[in-house]
Design a protein around this ligand. Sequence first.
Ligand code: PMP
Length: 437
Amino acid sequence: MDIVGEYFRLNPDSKEAYERACRSIPSGCTRSALYWPPFPLYMRAGKGCRLWDVDGNERIDFNFNNTTLILGHNHPKVVEAAKDQMERGTVLGAPTEVEPRLAEELVRRLDGAERIRFTPSGTEANMQAIRVARSYTGKEKIAKCEGAYHGSWDAVPVSHEHNEGIPEGVMENTLFFPFNDPEAAEELVKRHRDELAAVIVEPVQRDIPPLPGFLQALREATERYGVLLIFDEVISFRLSSGGAQRLYGVTPNITTMGKIIGGGFPVGAYASTEEVLGPLRMPDATLPDMKGPRVGFSGTFNAHPVSMAAGLAVLREMRPRVYEWMADLGATIRNGLKAALEDAGVKAHVGGVGSIFHIIWTGEDVVDYRTAATGDRALNAYFNLGLMNRGVFKLGHPNVSAVTTEEDVGFALEAARKTIRDLRPIIKERAPHLLVT
Ligand code: PMP
């Protein structure tokens, strides 16, 4: 089957929408993660696990806005909560009662967290977490893992090679180390202890789980040398009711979140202790002495009431057994993909944890950015197109939701089997080392 030809045949209206969009928007869309060649699909509607594009094609969603919609599209309870809030006003220009309700729900779930603040995105949650860490420690540098994504802003490029448009003065304050390398992390923290404010990591980096002992080593080294540890749980918070930190038993100083906690509306949050977030507090000023806080923090859409209400509705549905169910479904899909590859005589790395899964087209064991980078990205793009042709929407950070069914997974695995077969000639041409038979 001609994967690309079939994609063009099935999606003429998306192609037209794309061509029109390109006349006003670079690459026809506003998120680089949502562009793929030859053109992205333009969506019209979603419901539960289903997505419909402008051509009327129906697909089972395994992307859920890059892991956001843990209850699927338009869950009735989330829609009701958001509508109820909207009818009483979208933004009211003052704090609302729903904000502390979501705050309490999140703080309760995070060991060691006492206070939390909300932002409109995960990016801004990380920006603020780092500012707070710098203020608290009085130090300027930060360290991050190569390959980790903490939002599109200057201080945290994916790697030191991705520095286009970033001032040198900013790059000088960011240090990089490989994920899953405890010795390198300890060495870096020790060497830079006098200038390092924080180490920020995704406890599960993209789809790569931490090797046993890595997060513990980071915790010990940062604690020993007076450096704060920030866990970016923007994606990994979906792994248990207390995030990846509960799953792996390591408590950071600051946790940042996003995605699922806004119920499909823009959101971010950062949580820590009263002591670390203290500088955000307004001084106990009495009139007429009005002073600002030590660390400034504002934003027109921070703690947006609709995001707060929708996020609260999501968390209330997420009982511990729901996470277990999702993890079982994730394991089914990972095992099914491994079996499909084996039966087709193709080598590739199947990764992920809990409700997250991924294929990287490499013969290597993937434990960090460099090993992940050995994957053939074009093969992944062909694989995604082939799945889309067969009614499966896989992209970015594939995942299952709480409303994904075993039938949906079965359908996707059947589509994967057929697509891997279609891919063989392309693999033979591009990456023959991945063919076993
Ligand atoms: N951190 C991680 C781990 C992420 O995956 C993302 C977004 N994919 C962000 C931060 C940035 O969040 P946002 O897109 O809401 O700004």
